[in-house]
Structures are given as C-alpha cells and as structure tokens.
Design a protein around this ligand. Structure first.
Ligand code: SAH
Length: 213
C-alpha cells in the first residue's frame, strides 16, 4: 500500500474535523496529518481509514478512533524527547503519533500476533520507537522507569499501582477507567505520594486484560 495525494486530502479533512471537535494541540494535529493511518488497518478497511471511527486490527482488537487518539495525546502535553510509556501497542498508530511528536516511546502489547506485526510495520514506515515489548502492561516497564508520561489505550478496571509508581514527579498518566464504559482519567503526580486526579468524560475501549497471550 502507498500513501497518495488522495490519502493526504482525506487526512486534511480529518484534522479539520478533530479541531472542530475541540482538539487544539498543534503538534497533535500535525502528527495526525502526517501519519498514513490507512497503512495501519487491515486491507479491507483502507477506504474508511480517515473516518473518525475505530476499526478491527486482528486478534479481536481495534485501532482507536482518531478523536480518542488525539484527545489522549493532547492530555499528555507531549514535549520533544519526553520518555513515554504506552500500554497497548495494538496497530502501532498511537505509537507512531507519539514518535512523530519527538517522544521516546516505550510500548507494551500482550497479544503476540500484534506485537510481531507492529514490530515489523513501524520500522518499515521509518518510525522507530525506543522499545517495543511483548508482555503484561499492568506491570508497566520497571526496568525503563521512570517516565514523563504514561498512556493506556485499553479500558482498565482500576488504575494499576505499578504504573503510578513508574511516573516521574510532575508526570502525567492518561488512562480510561471502568468496565463497560470508561472514564478518561488524568493523574498528575505532584509528589512521591500525592496524585491530582481529573475525570474527562466517557469513552469505550477494548478491555485491559491481565497476562500475555
Ligand atoms: N494504541 C492502539 C490501541 C489498540 S487497542 C492502536 O493505536 O492501535 C488496545 C490494545 O491493548 C490491544 O492491542 C490489546 O491487545 C492491548 N492490551 C490489552 N490488555 C493489555 C495489557 N495488559 N498489556 C498490554 N497490552 C494490552
């Protein structure tokens, strides 16, 4: 598959839609404008890649809706060279958005099939995360901690304690919390022991599952 002018035109429209929906971070919009989302979808869905919708990516998982990717990324307040942990690599689209924004990305995926697929896809597109890992994101990546921010891209029944522990002071954890419907939750680590919590509306994600598969 290639990236064409037609795809770029569709991306321009998608970015316009995302700003109408309230996304203001220019770096987020620029990254979405650059990344060929159609290359992250299974071939049958190529034509739908620039609609603001989630889609199947194999192993019963979905690539998040562009608005959700933009909303979560904006909450991270990404700065160049930030060290970011992502839980739920999936298709690698969110990973790519963070890399294009200049972050050093560490990402964990519990489905081996997706881990392998994405590990070959991203470098082919010239996108180089610092570290892709096959494992259980509930545990975070203690060997690489602490992180400037952490993003969880699956619905978590609760906030895993190891993720809070792996955040720098001043760092931000963005995580959808809940069973059927998830509340987008932002935790900002104020001190060693204090976290400020913000709840930012309802979203729907595939579940964050324990162990790897
Ligand atoms: N960021 C992805 C979203 C994929 S959906 C994208 O842009 O495509 C969420 C992903 O989280 C799925 O791939 C799922 O397998 C993964 N996941 C679920 N539980 C997990 C866990 N405990 N650790 C790591 N990944 C997990």
């Amino acid at each position: 598959m290639k990236d064409t002018n037609k795809h770029q035109g569709l991306r321009n429209q998608l970015v316009k839609l995302l700003s109408q929906k309230g996304i203001t971070d220019k770096n987020v919009l620029e990254a979405i404008n650059k990344i060929p989302r159609h290359l992250f979808l299974e071939s049958g869905f190529e034509d739908f890649a620039y609609q603001d919708k989630p889609f199947p990516i194999g192993a019963g998982q979905t690539i998040s809706q562009p608005y959700t990717v933009a909303f979560q990324t904006e909450l991270l307040q990404v700065k160049k060279d930030d060290k970011i942990l992502e839980i739920g690599t999936g298709s690698g689209y969110q990973t790519a958005v963070l890399c294009v924004m200049g972050a050093k990305v560490y990402s964990v995926e519990r489905q081996n099939e997706l881990f392998k697929k994405t590990s070959t896809l991203l470098p082919k597109m010239g996108i180089r995360p610092k570290h892709l890992s096959f494992g259980d994101g509930y545990k975070g990546l203690p060997n690489y901690a602490p992180f400037d921010s952490i993003i969880v891209t699956a619905g978590a029944p609760f906030i895993p304690q190891p993720l809070m522990a792996q955040l720098k002071i001043g760092g931000r954890l963005v995580i959808p919390v809940g069973e059927d419907v998830q509340v987008m939750t932002l935790l900002i680590r104020k001190t060693e022991t204090q976290f400020e919590k913000h709840e930012l509306g309802d979203f729907r994600f595939v579940p964050l599952l324990e162990d790897k598969n």
